[in-house]
Design a binder for this molecule. Structure first.
Ligand code: ADP
Ligand code: MG
Ligand code: MG
Length: 922
């Protein structure tokens, strides 16, 4: 109980823990491996400094400070701000030869947040800190550039006012008071760009800003640099718990406990004139993965001007033409970084008077296509090996290769008929078609109603994240490849077309027009966007299966003609080399099974038999069976069902050939097969030659208050053994027929919902007797197994007993989760969202296996089962069998296979390989 307090008491004094790490100027206390402590930004700044890249000197306040701050009622470790930070600043002062707060030669710093995982745009950076009415003059004189000094000051007061003093409205609809002042000033002067302001204008803006600050906060703008610094550090740590950050963490599974680091770094200036500038770049194309240097920059600009969308940034190629020397420096750094990190990097740089400085690098976010292409290319370039290449591709990213694309002919026709509205940046590949919504809330609501949605915004901001998550695609009028919309869309795997400048979006009217065209598109109208080409097309365009599907299933595309298929195929073949888990599929139809095999399924892990009961005339026989008065009556009906079942099993077993097929006996409560409307009941009574009242009463009598725990699963066959007998017979007859046709099948018959070994014993007896009879009748024998689904907690806990009878176990993790957690999946919508908001279960337990609870049941069962029956076959057939985290768990506890829906088979193959590779890595 007391351990937590004890350990934090021991660790709390500033002397005991190192809270400050230096980087730059020939120093690097940290390195890239220290992300947990230094945050991604701080760790990589240290790493870049240590490999000799030019990094402005500074220091990182660790995430421990953040943790301490939140654990101690927002108080810092003792002496940190009073002594340690000033001392650290002194070190920086010595390196750069400037002094913080010095009236003649002031050191200015940026204060930057940086968490363990990158959270783009989630937290705010303050630049030019240390300026006040006195130091600004020093900067002006020293730089011999008053305009530059006042531009810095103007920016600083604005950022400080917004971020630290809280003037920035949290609500997007309200305008930023500083922007209002800035726009008013531009209007007064009749200018458009910030760069057109003169010194006098900037001075005036600073004083207007300060008045606004006084009005809104009641306090003066702090002139004391140390006070400014304290405020900024507080804002960084405070921003860890702002709403944007919390939403982002939720969406990206980032625990609140990680905390952020805070970097204090000497400023370099991109706004010193035309030989200065700032930019962002990817060492490869983040959208296509191509091995080209992709970036954007602006001369005479600072900080996030490039991504703010106020001025349109230039392409890096242009820098090559305009300043070959700097471009070459950058190109060298690009290669050096890739060779060092062995990955595609995302960098931020600033040029100050012709000298290049690195301000950030991190592993670059990329589309699924790019992730795959880069992993394969880097393997070919021998930067990484095959195993690393697999670890670079998130299993879910494969989904994108399997995503629909536009029907090319239809798209061509649409374009020829003039429906091409615009061409923007191809920021997130794939094809999406849906109804237009202009704000995130409406988009979210529409998606909830089941509509396909395209979120259309002038530009996006973190407030739009939920709307973006709900949309099929995102279209923006402003912003480049590194804009918020583009970054986030790529990360979410959304189709995105960004920076479509010809669109004029009017939020008020809920409509948009297109420059040079007469169309007006309103909310709810259809639009199609191609995130691979940037095309925006009016109206609907049919989407088509991915190239992979065209090759492997439709067989309409030659593998040679599809580089995408070739990538897919290489990854899959590598994955198969490394994985230990087998991958099966859940399928009960021959065509589904064919798709699954094409995707690499090695068997069926779950063939549900109830779906087979619904088709055509079968349902009549099923109902007759259920409503029969006695066993004799049931047998009459079951005899009618037998041929259907036999044919179903024949077809599916034939498709699967010698691959194992697990067939589950009838599972659902019988009332699911019965009609409930009076009209239907009357019809049924007539068909069966019974009275309405009889049928009605029988149906009533089957009603259960809690059908999930009612007469279902093995209880059906225990109550009515002739049902099991018929199903087993159908399987064995089909298997014998196939055997005589030369197809050697091995059915695995699975008894559902067993909780007690006797339930399985009774069921197995019926199955084995049916087998013996059929084999004798046919004069033919097939190998088969009888096993059970472990889906009742009692079964998991008595698996040692059950394994004496069961020849295999398959974990039905859907029911095991329902019963293990005491939650009905289909009713969980009432409270699960609240649960997730409150972080009760880290992930939705019906999507990602609850490892400490349900997973533990599986583990106990697997161990006990294998002890009783060494080498027994164990698999998972719940939805979790297709979820990468759950697959890793299954791998780690030594299961033999996972089974998932056909379309997730490739994802499971890759996830299984990664699990094996990660196990080796430890
Ligand atoms: P984010 O986490 O949003 O990327 P950053 O901390 O990287 O925020 O800051 C945003 C931008 O501010 C940087 O890309 C860089 O252009 C500028 N910046 C930050 N620190 C400095 C600095 N010390 N000197 C010059 N520019 C800086
Ligand atoms: Mg930022
Ligand atoms: Mg940055």
């Amino acid at each position: 109980m007391a351990t937590k307090t004890e350990s934090s008491e021991q660790k709390s004094p500033a002397e005991a823990t190192k809270f400050i790490y230096h980087f730059g100027g020939g120093k690097a206390d940290g390195n890239a491996a220290m992300k947990n402590l230094l945050g991604g930004k701080g760790a990589n700044l240290a790493e870049m400094a240590s490999i000799g890249l030019p990094v402005p000197p500074g220091f990182t306040l660790t995430t421990d400070v953040c943790t301490y701050y939140y654990e101690n009622n927002q108080v810092y470790p003792e002496g940190l701000l009073e002594n340690d930070v000033p001392e650290a600043l002194k070190t920086v002062e010595e390196i750069v030869g400037k002094k913080f707060g010095d009236p003649k030669n002031p050191l200015l710093v940026s204060v930057r947040s940086g968490a363990r995982a990158s959270m783009p745009g989630m937290m705010d950076t303050i630049l030019n800190l240390g300026l006040n009415n006195i130091t600004v003059e020093g900067l002006a004189t020293r730089s011999n550039n008053p305009r530059f000094a006042w531009d810095c000051y103007r920016r600083f007061v604005q950022m400080y006012g917004d971020v630290v003093l809280g003037l920035k409205p949290t609500n997007k609809k309200e305008a930023d008071p500083f922007e209002v002042i800035l726009e008013a000033k531009k209007e007064e002067l009749g200018i458009e760009l910030d760069t057109e302001f003169k010194v006098e204008d900037l001075k005036d803006l600073v004083s207007r800003y300060k008045i606004a600050i006084k009005e809104k906060t009641g306090n003066d703008f702090p002139e004391d640099p140390y006070e400014q610094l304290k405020g900024a550090i507080g804002a960084v740590f405070g921003s860890w718990n702002n709403e944007r950050a919390i939403i982002y963490r939720k969406l990206n599974d980032i625990p609140a406990s990680w905390g952020t680091a805070c970097n204090v770094q000497s400023m370099v200036f991109g706004n010193m004139g035309e030989d200065s500038g700032t930019g962002v770049a990817f060492t490869r194309d983040a959208a296509t993965g191509d091995d080209i240097f992709y970036g954007e920059y602006l001369m005479n600009a600072q900080g996030e001007d490039v991504v703010a969308g106020t001025r349109t940034p230039l392409k890096l190629e242009q820098l090559k033409a305009e300043n070959a020397v700097i471009y070459q420096q950058l190109e060298d750094i690009r290669r050096k970084l890739e060779a060092h990190y062995r990955d595609m990097m995302d960098i931020e740089f600033t040029i100050e008077n012709g000298k290049l400085w690195m301000l950030q690098c991190r592993v670059g976010k990329r589309t699924a296509f790019a992730a795959i292409k880069i992993a394969l290319d880097m393997r070919d370039q021998e930067l990484i090996n095959e195993a690393e290449a697999l670890l670079r591709i998130e299993p879910e990213q494969l989904n994108q290769l399997l995503r629909p694309i536009f029907d090319l002919k239809e798209k061509q026709l649409a374009i020829e008929s003039g429906r091409l509205l615009a061409k923007g940046l191809n920021a997130g590949p794939g094809a999406a078609c849906g109804r237009i919504y202009f704000n995130a809330h409406d988009a979210e609501d529409a998606a909830k109603r089941g509509e396909e949605v395209i979120l259309v915004r002038i530009e996006t901001s973190p407030e739009d994240i939920r709307g973006m998550a709900a949309a099929e695609g995102i279209l923006t009028a402003r912003g480049g490849m590194t804009s918020h919309a583009a970054l986030v869309a790529r990360q979410m795997g959304k189709v995105c077309v960004a920076g479509c400048g010809v669109l004029h979006i009017d939020y008020q009217k809920g409509q948009m027009t297109v420059e040079g065209k007469s169309v007006v598109l309103k909310e709810g109208d259809y639009i199609s966007i191609d995130g691979s080409t940037g095309e925006v097309i009016q109206g609907e365009i049919t989407t088509k299966p991915s190239e992979v599907l065209q090759v492997i299933i439709e067989k309409t595309l030659d593998p040679k003609d599809s580089p995408i298929y070739q990538m897919y195929d290489r990854i899959m073949s590598w994955a198969d080399k490394h994985r230990r888990l087998k991958i099966r599929t859940n399928a009960d139809q021959p065509d589904q099974s064919e798709i699954a095999i094409a995707f690499g399924a090695e068997g069926i892990g779950l063939c549900r038999t109830e779906h087979m009961f619904f088709g055509g005339d079968r349902i009549d026989a099923v109902r007759e069976m259920i409503l029969a008065e006695d066993e004799a009556g049931r047998r009459v009906a079951l005899d009618k069902l037998l041929p259907y079942q036999r044919e179903d099993f024949y077809n599916i077993l034939k498709v699967m050939g010698d691959r194992p097929v697990t067939i589950r006996l009838l599972d659902p409560p019988l009332h699911e097969f019965l009609p409930h409307e009076e009209k239907e009941i009357r019809e049924l009574a007539e068909k069966l030659g019974k009275s309405y009242d009889y049928v009605h009463d029988r149906i009533e009598s089957l009603h259960e208050f809690n059908p999930m725990l009612g007469l279902r699963g093995c209880r059906l066959g225990i109550s009515y053994p002739e049902i099991t007998e018929m199903q087993a017979r159908a399987v064995f007859e089909a298997a014998c027929t196939l055997k005589t046709e030369g197809v050697d099948v091995t059915p695995e018959i699975m008894v559902p919902l067993v909780g007690h070994v006797k339930e399985l014993e009774l069921s197995a007896k019926v199955i084995n007797e049916a087998a013996a009879k059929v084999f004798e009748e046919k004069g033919c024998k097939v190998d088969y197994l009888v096993g059970t689904m472990i889906e009742v907690p009692r079964a998991a806990l008595t698996s040692g007993e059950i394994a004496k009878v069961a020849q295999f176990f398959s974990y039905g993790t859907n029911d095991l989760t329902q019963m293990g957690l005491g939650m009905s999946r289909d009713d969980s919508g009432q409270y699960l969202p609240t649960y997730q908001k409150l972080d009760i279960y880290e992930r939705n337990p019906f999507e990602a296996l609850d490892q400490p609870g349900v997973g533990r049941l599986v583990k106990i069962s697997a161990e006990d089962g294998r002890e009783a029956r060494p080498g027994m076959k164990l698999g998972v057939c719940g939805e979790h069998g297709g979820e990468p985290g759950s697959i890793r768990f299954c791998h780690n506890i030594g299961l033999d296979y996972v089974s998932c829906s056909p379309f997730r088979v490739p994802i499971a193959r890759l996830a299984a390989a990664r699990s094996a590779l990660l196990e080796v890595q430890g």
